[in-house]
Write a protein that binds this ligand. Structure first.
Ligand SMILES: [Zn+2]
Ligand SMILES: [Zn+2]
Length: 142
């Protein structure tokens, strides 16, 4: 299965060449407090999406949550998003532990189960990989 480029997790992340974008975001996060957290996989919901697009119920269930698209050979897609609990919407199934990585907001590197990442302690939520968090600290204390 080919994996589509995924939607960025953070809305409003600055645009530009990757290296540029990374340092701009890190400068913007200078002075913010971060908590170190161990990443654990979450359950996911998965639905098959026909060529004409997701049915209303699926679209409503995804809402504003993060989602990933997986194109299939016949032009349809699978869409996957974190399982928020409760009854899954019609046409979706629960896949245990299959929301199994996140992305660093600065460099897009994968954050995987068992590894740690850094999350802003309050305010708008950003996740950084250990490399970018270390870089941020050098920005803070030049
Ligand atoms: Zn990073
Ligand atoms: Zn990914």
């Amino acid at each position: 299965m080919r994996v589509a480029p995924e939607a960025r997790r953070i809305v409003g992340a600055p645009k530009g060449p990757p290296g540029d974008e990374r340092s701009r975001l890190l400068r913007r996060l200078r002075g913010r407090k971060f908590d170190r957290i161990r990443y654990r996989a979450q359950d996911a919901l998965v639905a098959l999406v026909p060529k004409r697009g997701p049915p209303r119920g699926i679209r409503a269930a995804i809402g504003r949550s993060d989602r990933r698209w997986y194109p299939l050979k016949d032009g349809t897609h699978l869409v996957k998003w974190p399982y928020p609990g409760g009854a899954p919407p019609r046409g979706a199934r629960i896949e245990r532990g299959r929301w199994d990585h996140e992305h660093c907001a600065a460099c897009n590197r994968h954050i995987v189960p068992g590894r740690t990442f850094w999350q802003t302690a309050r305010g708008s939520c950003f996740w950084l990989c250990p490399y970018c968090h270390r870089r941020l600290r050098t920005l803070r204390h030049p």
